[in-house]
Design a protein around this ligand. Structure first.
Ligand code: SF4
Ligand code: MG
Length: 338
């Protein structure tokens, strides 16, 4: 079966006063219909840039995008802004950490949800209002027929997040990109929002890309996981594979203490000594080598000179010079010492 979203050798480079920032540098992945891909990595690993680029929300003047982004067979890289605008909010939608940034303070919640619906369907104002109430009901806003006339500031943080989800889903998008949508919420509300997304996915069969720093969220919602470092994918696999038997030293570091697959919602990434790589002058060889405790185990200084190739078989793989045997040995030592 054809993947619903297929990203191939994506490069997103920005010009800045200091030079070219290689925010994403050769990223490939597929997403099937109705699946959830969790993308993890530290800040500046290219997660958010990747997804803004998929949505066509990068600045075309300062950004060079290479490679292919195919959504349901349609190439998005280089597509006219008009095409992208039609797809955004309709076939693909995004929710962010900060609902206030995507909701206007000057219009009622109902008007904003309704306008998105009208824009893509040509519905009447009355129909759009009915649809907005229906969506608010679906995302669990009490008294939706009353709250539809509220302004964003009259909603609590959790309710605003729900309203933003209602707005994102009003046209039944087939791809939903969620960028840390629950980070600012307390754990209880966070769990409710995650349940809501899972229910909506069941109902609509939406494909979801979920960007997060929280491994508990990955354990909770993802089917597959992509680990990003320095603008590249360093490991990819099913959630069970990546959380139970991670292959890449960077993932070992991130996991720190292993989150249990049915554990609490709140498991932040483990801080790794050293700092994320410069994307202006990325390290030679493996971008993780300056921070990697295993680089010296690889012969011939290869980690510092030779960029490891990401090899994926049946959706599983990593980009690292360690042999499978070394990997097993080192990981079982790490797991045993916990
Ligand atoms: Fe570490 Fe070398 Fe593997 Fe990079 S390639 S993660 S430096 S062992
Ligand atoms: Mg981000």
């Amino acid at each position: 079966q054809q993947p619903f979203l297929s990203v191939k050798d994506l490069k997103v480079h920005f010009s800045t006063e200091d030079g070219i920032v290689k925010a994403v540098d050769g990223l490939s992945f597929d997403l099937a219909r109705g699946r959830t891909l969790g993308i993890v990595g530290e800040s500046g690993s290219g997660k958010s840039v990747t997804n803004l680029t998929i949505l066509g929300l990068h600045n075309p003047d300062s950004t060079k995008v290479e490679g292919s982004i195919e959504l349901d067979g349609e190439e998005l890289n280089g597509a006219p802004e008009k095409t992208l605008e039609k797809l955004r909010g309709n076939k693909m939608a995004m929710i962010f950490q900060d609902a206030l940034a995507s909701l206007s303070p000057y219009h009622t919640i109902g008007k904003q949800i309704g306008e998105t619906y009208r824009k893509h369907t040509g519905a009447s104002k009355q129909e759009a209002r009915a649809r907005a109430i229906e969506m608010l009901r679906r995302v669990g806003i009490p008294q939706p027929d009353v709250r539809v006339d509220d302004y964003p500031h009259q909603f609590s943080g959790g309710m605003r997040q729900r309203a933003m989800i209602a707005m994102a889903l009003v046209c039944d998008p087939q791809l939903l990109i969620a960028d840390e949508p629950t980070t600012a919420l307390d754990v209880t509300v966070q769990a409710q929002i995650m349940d809501l997304l899972k229910d909506l996915q069941q109902e609509f069969g939406t494909s979801i890309i979920f960007i997060t720093h929280d491994l508990g969220v990955i354990a909770d919602i993802a089917d597959d996981v992509l680990v990003m470092y320095g603008g590249r994918c360093v490991e990819r696999g099913s959630k069970e594979e990546v959380l139970r038997a991670p292959q890449h030293p960077y993932t070992w570091g991130l996991l720190g203490s292993m989150p249990s697959l049915d554990g609490p919602v709140d498991v932040p990434l483990n801080p790794i000594p050293g700092s994320p790589p410069s994307l202006l002058n990325p390290p030679s060889g493996c971008r993780f080598h300056p921070r990697c405790a295993f680089a010296e185990k690889v012969d011939g200084n290869r980690c510092a000179t030779e960029s490891p190739v990401l090899e994926i078989t049946d959706g599983r793989g990593n980009a690292c010079h360690l042999t499978d045997e070394q990997r097993r040995e080192f990981f079982s030592d790490l797991a045993g010492s916990q």
